[in-house]
Design a protein around this ligand. Structure first.
Ligand SMILES: NC(=O)c1ccc[n+]([C@@H]2O[C@H](COP(=O)([O-])OP(=O)(O)OC[C@H]3O[C@@H](n4cnc5c(N)ncnc54)[C@H](O)[C@@H]3O)[C@@H](O)[C@H]2O)c1
Length: 312
């Protein structure tokens, strides 16, 4: 079972699970996901889609593995759906864990680098407890995810559920929403439309971007490993936002210019995973560099921009 399987990461995870021979049931209420992300599986007999809000208790029959990916993830989405984000991180996580407990299924939950907040330790190791503002505008997401981790650990301690926690760092690639406010789709969209690329602050804040196929490979390895403490999966190559903007201009061949806007509140200044644990434990490290990943994503973004323009 994949909760949130109609979303960006969940849909790629479904593809990976099906490719390994599993049957997959997706449970998703389409709050931020799209049936279009799964349309290629319409005739797949080992695939089933259930439209359901996981904040309400639900049943899909016996499953062997629960992958809990349901949650708004982009800043646009969790700001628009703050309460729903807190609910799915709390109530939704209880329900997903209840299913794993009921069927003695394994459980893997998608957590986030946002658990580290605006970090005082750099790069971030899994042992770092984070620096999060519990009452700021981003707290609906950050604290929901920290709570998700706490419930997951509690079900392991109290109910012996076989759990895993992946802390995902910025991931990009095909099937991202064009308007989700994240750096790569924002820049791609603006570059392909010939609009100015918006950089917040002076653009010297850094991010690390992981291409989706690398990220999914990390999830699949962790799913088979015997590690219940959090594992960072992300690309440790750090770029400034300005570097990224220039790379997008290069890959798209766009003549757009870069413009600057005020930095939003609580925007982390730097973020980079320490992936020593994933390397040692899972033999995992990303293979695709940012420029190659942007090239691999280009056709998708071109199509998405063209479709949006057609609708307008
Ligand atoms: N994409 C990233 O870079 C990134 C980084 C860190 C963590 N994550 C985590 O990975 C997971 C997936 O992220 P994504 O980028 O694919 O986001 P997404 O918004 O594309 O997908 C999330 C999915 O969850 C579904 N959903 C939300 N609330 C639900 C509910 N109450 N019941 C059922 N379904 C619900 C949405 O409809 C959507 O299909 C999230 O848990 C997110 O926190 C993603």
């Amino acid at each position: 079972m994949v909760t949130g399987g109609a979303g960006f990461l969940g849909s790629h995870l479904c593809d990976a699970l099906l490719a390994e021979g599993w049957s997959v049931v997706v449970v998703d209420n389409l709050l931020t996901g799209r049936r279009a992300n799964l349309v290629h599986l319409n005739n797949e007999p080992r695939f089933e889609f259930v439209e359901q809000d996981i904040c309400k208790s639900f049943e899909v029959g016996k499953v062997d593995y629960v992958f809990h990916f349901a949650s708004p993830a982009s800043p646009e989405d969790y700001h628009a759906h703050g309460i729903e984000t807190l609910q799915v991180g709390s109530l939704g996580t209880f329900h997903a864990l209840d299913i794993a407990r009921k069927y003695a299924a394994k459980f893997l939950v998608s957590s986030t680098s946002e658990c580290y907040g605006d970090p005082l330790e750099h790069p971030q190791k899994e042992t770092y407890w984070g620096h999060v503002n519990p009452i700021g505008p981003r707290s609906v997401y950050d604290e929901a995810k920290r709570f998700t981790e706490a419930v997951t650990m509690a079900y392991r301690r109290y109910h012996k559920v076989d759990t895993r926690i992946v802390r995902i760092f910025n991931t990009y690639g095909p099937r991202m929403q064009l308007n989700d406010g994240r750096v790569v789709p924002n820049f791609m969209k603006q570059a392909l439309r010939g609009e100015d690329l918006t950089v917040y602050g002076d653009g010297r804040q850094t991010r690390s971007f992981c291409y989706v196929s690398d990220e999914i490979d990390g999830f699949m390895r962790l799913a088979k490993a015997d590690e219940h403490l959090p594992v960072n999966i992300g690309n440790p190559n750090e770029f400034t936002i300005l570097d990224c903007a220039r790379m997008v201009l290069n890959v798209t061949g766009s003549k757009s210019r870069i413009c600057y806007k005020e930095l939003p509140k609580d925007d982390p200044k730097q973020r980079r995973p320490d992936i020593t644990k994933a390397r040692q434990l899972l033999g995992w490290q990303p293979k695709i560099d940012l420029e190659s990943g942007l090239r691999l994503s280009l056709d998708y973004f071109k199509k998405a921009v063209a479709e949006e323009t057609a609708v307008r």
